[in-house]
Ligand binder design. Sequence first.
Ligand SMILES: Nc1ncnc2c1ncn2[C@@H]1O[C@H](COP(=O)(O)OP(=O)(O)OP(=O)(O)O)[C@@H](O)[C@H]1O
Ligand SMILES: [Mg+2]
Length: 495
Amino acid sequence: MKLMYRLMLTFFTIIIILLVILSVSFVQVTNNTLYHNTWNQLKSYSDSLVQDSIRYDPANRSFEGFATDSLQTNASLLTRQHVHFAIYDTAQRQIYASNGFTSTITKDQWNKLKDGEVLCTKVTMAKFDHQVADTKTPEMTEVLKPYFYKGKMVAVVSIATLISTIKENMHQIVLNLLVAFVIAALLTLAVSYFLARSITQRIERLQKATHEVARGNYNVQVATEGKDEINDLAQSFNTMTKSLEESRQEIHRQEERRRQFMADAAHEMRTPLTTINGILEGLEYDVIPEEDKQHSIQLMQNETRRLIRLVNDNLDYEKIRTNQISMERKVFDAAAVLANLQEQLSKKARAQGDCIELDVTSELRVYADYDRFVQIMFNITQNAIQFTQNGLIKIQGRKVADGSQFKVTDNGIGMTKDQLANIWERYYKADRSRMNTKYGESGLGLAIVHQLVLLHGGKVTVESKYGKGTTFTVFFPDRDHAPHGTGKTSSKEKN
Ligand SMILES: Nc1ncnc2c1ncn2[C@@H]1O[C@H](COP(=O)(O)OP(=O)(O)OP(=O)(O)O)[C@@H](O)[C@H]1O
Ligand SMILES: [Mg+2]
């Protein structure tokens, strides 16, 4: 069965059961009330009847009997209202009966009456000495009431009326109730339809959205309303589609990066391979003059080295990026390492007309992997030399809160904001025209630096002014920190 009909049936059944319970109790209460009202009326008739006809002996101040003429008058008055009565003396003998009406009083009832109890009977079969004209059905409701004088029971009045009036009233009430019941049932049907519809519509919306997702469209969101379970489901669905869309975009980005990487790698390899191929062809056809052969071989060697470096750098970058390198972090003297670095790079610096100045706190302790620290500082300083002509390269090292900080400042060509934003990307070279083949750049140096600093839980930032110079700042924390993230640095870090 469809959920909609199941829900409808549930709502309908619950409301109908409630209606039935209410109707039954209403009928019961009304029936009882009608009987009680009738009994109260009968009691008051009986009281006025006795009051009218009872006679006392004023001399003895004792009960004498009932005045028959008064009883007669009352009898004819009450008969018109379908009320009949009989009066019994203390010996349970009938002393008067209107229309020959007789009541059957059991022994038990008589005892109760003697105790002063008023007895009311819902349905009793009345007996008449002779058939009363308009009393076709003898079904009556009766009240037995004892009367006392000076603490002694003097008489019992049995007064009864036809229950057909009560039955008629009840019949009318039940009929009205039935009509109300049918109307309520129809309304219930309509209400349960709308209730069920509102629930199933929301489920249908979710179903449609799920089909969209199955078709590969993750850009769907369903409306959330209310605070029920369906709303929770809708919210979870929205979160799911959002993360699916994010993963799809990430996969797309990765695919794009992979494609870009393949293109860049191929491009980087093409130049040295073309050079080597050209020289080899020249050698094969013997078109290279003997005096140039040595130079050509030297050139091939340079290009091969460049290719080897490119492949090694790529492998290194991938290993660092995928966390496959082992890092042995320890505390060592950074001042000594940087002094060594200055010496190593002084030849290169001189070739560019640069001067390297060292400003490092003596015995500056840094907590890092020795080889990787050298690699980081080497790459940055080499860049500074590479992009500075006849300038000054300053290497600073300081102890800062929670770690050590190094700055490499040059007054070289600098970078624009746009160039700065990309320098951490693989194969990025700010300006291809200023490529210095002497160093065989491939645009991998800073990408490796960035990943290595992240692995140390540190931070690398750069400031640069086009035509003025550049400053790289690297921070190494003193204690082991979780890497700052595995992706690229934030724009704040970059600028
Ligand atoms: N100190 C600097 N001054 C000016 N530009 C710089 C500086 N450092 C880096 N750059 C720019 O950032 C680019 C990326 O640097 P990166 O070190 O990654 O590559 P590379 O030096 O070109 O090649 P590799 O380091 O792989 O040999 C450089 O090509 C250069 O344009
Ligand atoms: Mg470099």
